[in-house]
Design a protein around this ligand. Structure first.
Ligand code: PEP
Length: 249
């Protein structure tokens, strides 16, 4: 039985005071549900948010990382630095990093390997563009992203990876995938993991859905057999909305 996992991607939003207020509100609102929850603020606010949720069941993730440990990489942050501040997760390969900031599958693979080696759990994002879906290329795109992103990653390490299926056309657009579309992509992702690894890895890997998840559509999405949680953008910025999603899980 896979435990549901709801993560909030705050993206490049909120100042530190607002981030602390939001984290505090979530910490106070979160009951004792048997569910994993994480929030992912900007690098600038990671330490403040970690200090707020310390001792609570809420995990904290970064939104990006660099694959080298240290050195002349101006503007970048290493896994060792995230680990040093007790960061639990890191989002890798988000569509905004792939399509706005030009990140490729090979870079994503290096980042996932660095995260695993440094003991920070990757949330590995995949997903097709609208034109790829319309050209019936969704499965091919997902297969390439999964195969290249997970290249040379062991079955053992897969226990520490969450996959987030996020159709790019549904991110921040209000156009959520139908439960059937989400289920089909999740089932295909699990089949691909099974082909790359084995039945056990495929049965255990958690696959989140991301793309305009809100309290009112969360229940049907999260009740699909292969949907194991959600990666939430806009609706993670308000306590009531994020809690509404968590409560529907
Ligand atoms: C995201 O940023 O990963 C995301 C899914 O955003 P939104 O929920 O706003 O579509």
């Amino acid at each position: 039985m896979r435990k549901k996992f709801i993560a909030g991607n705050w993206k490049m939003n909120l100042n530190t005071a607002d981030a602390v207020t939001l984290a505090t509100g979530l910490k106070n609102a979160l009951g004792t549900a048997d569910i994993d929850v994480a929030i992912c603020p900007t690098m600038v606010q990671l330490t403040s948010v970690i200090n707020v949720v310390n001792g609570s069941p809420i995990g904290v993730g970064a939104q990006n990382v660099y694959f080298e440990n240290n050195g002349a990489f101006t503007g970048e942050t290493s896994i060792a630095m995230l680990k040093d501040i007790a960061c639990d997760y890191v989002i890798i390969g988000h569509s905004e990093r792939r399509h706005v900031l030009g990140e490729c599958n090979e870079t994503i693979n290096k980042k996932i390997k660095a995260a695993l080696a440094g003991d920070v759990k990757p949330i590995f994002c995949i997903g097709e563009l609208l034109e790829e879906r319309e050209a019936a290329q969704t499965d091919a795109v997902l297969k390439t992203q999964i195969t290249k992103g997970l290249k040379d990653i062991s079955a053992e390490d897969m226990a520490n990876i969450t996959i987030a299926y996020e159709p790019v056309w549904a991110i921040g657009t209000g156009k959520v995938a139908s439960p059937e579309q989400a289920q089909a992509a999740h089932a295909f992702t699990r089949e691909t993991i099974k082909a790359l690894y084995n039945d056990t890895v495929a049965a255990n890997v958690r696959i989140q859905y991301g793309g305009s998840v809100k309290p009112d559509n969360a229940a049907t999405l999260l009740s699909q057999p292969d949907v194991d949680g959600a990666l939430v953008g806009g609706a993670s910025l308000k306590v009531e909305d994020f809690m509404g999603i968590i409560n529907n899980a």
